[in-house]
Write a protein that binds this ligand. Structure first.
Ligand SMILES: [Zn+2]
Length: 61
């Protein structure tokens, strides 16, 4: 899966706040994500994210 800045992705498992949607803030070897529910930011390795993501809400490039 390719990731682009400001893309909204969905994960299989929901965050503690109940949201499954994340905005991509930075793309590199690791990916910085911001929870769309509570605004918390996390950093995840790309291959870890690939296992968790189920799709993209926005296909804007
Ligand atoms: Zn959250």
């Amino acid at each position: 899966m390719e990731y682009v800045l400001d893309q909204i992705i969905k994960t299989k498992k929901q965050h503690v706040c109940g949201s499954k949607e994340w905005r991509i803030l930075r793309v590199g070897v690791d990916i910085r994500l911001k929870c769309m529910g509570c605004g918390r930011e996390i950093i995840m390795l790309r291959h870890e994210l690939n296992k968790r993501v189920v799709g993209s809400k926005s296909t804007n490039t």
